[in-house]
Design a protein around this ligand. Sequence first.
Ligand SMILES: Nc1ncnc2c1ncn2[C@@H]1O[C@H](COP(=O)(O)OP(=O)(O)OP(=O)(O)O)[C@@H](O)[C@H]1O
Ligand SMILES: [Mg+2]
Length: 259
Amino acid sequence: MSLLTVEGLRKTHPGARGGIALDDLSLTLAPGETLGLVGPSGCGKSSLARVLLRLDRPDAGSIRFEGQDWLALQGGALRRARGRMQMVFQDPGAAFHPRATVAGALADALRLHVPAPRKDWPGLIAARLDQVGLAPDLAPHPVATLSGGQRQRLAIARALVPNPKLIVLDEAVSALDTVTRGQILALLVRLQRQLGLALLVISHDLAVVRAVSHRIAVMQAGRIVETGPADQVLDRPQSEIARRLIAAVPQLPRTGDPP
Ligand SMILES: Nc1ncnc2c1ncn2[C@@H]1O[C@H](COP(=O)(O)OP(=O)(O)OP(=O)(O)O)[C@@H](O)[C@H]1O
Ligand SMILES: [Mg+2]
């Protein structure tokens, strides 16, 4: 059974900049699957993420998540269900309260989603930090003193607090240097395997989705124009836009290649 089934999503943004952001978009995601969603800037990736996370209403279409009519959820039922689908954004700084501490950022998520007595929080916080490769003694430090990579680890730890089934990552590693980016992608792969998490990894950068995805969907002008197993899309792209995105990935010289 699919974890997420999206059918016929349509979203138009009003205003001068506006236009059709999602145009009859459909996709499915299986439990424990990593789907890479790639496409050029402005094709509607973030619009899709916002609609999935119930931050924006679509004009038309349906979303089923864990067997529920996701767009029909309201009030308390929506608040409880939100923990099942979490999000990690691009900017690790803006995702936290400016004066939050590491422990405080996780405590906010515990308060919202986990009915545990306060005395258990320090232990739960330490376990979450450890799970994403952060030293538990970072807990009292201000988030503002962390590096970009550490902040993104913290954002992932916070997303894990409600034990979600799906995490949507919108350009979550785009602001990081290449070494840190590789470390965060490796962390995501490890968590996905350990926890059986499904991931929707959104990026304009094919190298990012290639590193983590079981399947890749290629998006253009509000639609999915191609989808398939990662190897198939990368080795035998069918659409012109997929070919262009593949050609844009820099080919790094292998060790031992002549300069
Ligand atoms: N709040 C908004 N108001 C008006 N237009 C918007 C709004 N958000 C997005 N759009 C428009 O919708 C289209 C899709 O934008 P979106 O941000 O979803 O693309 P994207 O694929 O995430 O791009 P990027 O790779 O640059 O992040 C674009 O034409 C954009 O200008
Ligand atoms: Mg975007």
